[in-house]
Ligand binder design. Structure first.
Ligand SMILES: Cc1cc2nc3c(=O)[nH]c(=O)nc-3n(C[C@H](O)[C@H](O)[C@H](O)COP(=O)(O)O)c2cc1C
Length: 205
């Protein structure tokens, strides 16, 4: 598929058929994620491919429990918000596969030889490791479309980050950054409303 078509056809897909995903396709998505640019080419990422249904259910239960326990007003509106958030944070349990992106912190050259701390450099440079993660995730999303699948970037389960890191047995040097749910689309997601070019561009000629 042409890159332009993958970009234009990509939508967040949240309903999937239970058709198995060929492991080779998942490996290809991760291979392409690994080709993304990263700060100083440090590639501090790893990708965990999860197809195991028991594991996905355990993860979703931990997320639901965590959301239920977030302190909130005992009002109708807070119940509605929690139930909506819960859906967006747990629908991955019904996806044929989920790819988790984990990262360890990058090392900036500046923090070694200057007054800047890691946190200051990170803030000044607008979190280059998260920018790198975004590039990798976008490669997964576009590759999913290219290979005939639908996908959704999912970050809200990370309110239960500690629990999820335990469940996935993640090396303590790493932290969870995001998930991508992938599968054959069972919905025709309509194009989401995108701001027009004139609205998002500024040109200095
Ligand atoms: C950083 C990030 C985190 C996101 N987290 C979630 C999420 O937790 N659950 C979800 O259903 N969608 C999530 N999304 C998908 C957005 O809701 C979606 O991209 C947006 O509504 C635009 O729709 P589109 O992807 O179809 O263009 C996330 C997207 C991004 C970039």
């Amino acid at each position: 598929m042409e890159l332009k078509d993958s970009i234009e056809q990509r939508r967040s897909i949240r309903k999937f058929t239970m058709e198995e995903i060929d492991l080779n396709d998942l490996k290809e998505m991760v291979r392409r994620a690994g080709l993304a640019p990263s700060i100083n080419n440090q590639q501090t990422w790893k990708f965990i491919v999860i197809k195991n249904r028991d594991l996905l259910n355990t993860m979703a239960k931990a997320v639901s429990k965590n959301i239920a326990e977030i302190p909130s007003h005992n009002s109708e509106i807070s119940k509605i918000i929690k139930s909506q958030v819960s859906f967006y944070a747990t629908f991955f349990k019904d996806a044929p596969a989920v790819i988790a992106l984990i990262m360890h912190p990058y090392e900036s050259y500046l923090e070694k030889g200057t007054k800047y701390s890691h946190e200051e450099i990170n803030r000044l440079r607008s979190y280059p490791d998260m920018q790198s993660a975004g590039a990798a995730i976008q490669n997964i999303l576009l590759s999913a479309v290219d290979l005939g699948y639908g996908a959704c970037w999912i970050n809200s389960p990370l309110t239960a980050r500690e629990e999820l890191e335990k469940i996935l047995n993640i090396d303590p040097a790493y932290h969870l950054v995001s998930f991508v749910a992938v599968g054959k689309a069972a919905e025709n997601a309509s194009p989401s409303n995108k701001r027009p070019l004139e609205d998002i561009i500024e040109i200095f000629e």
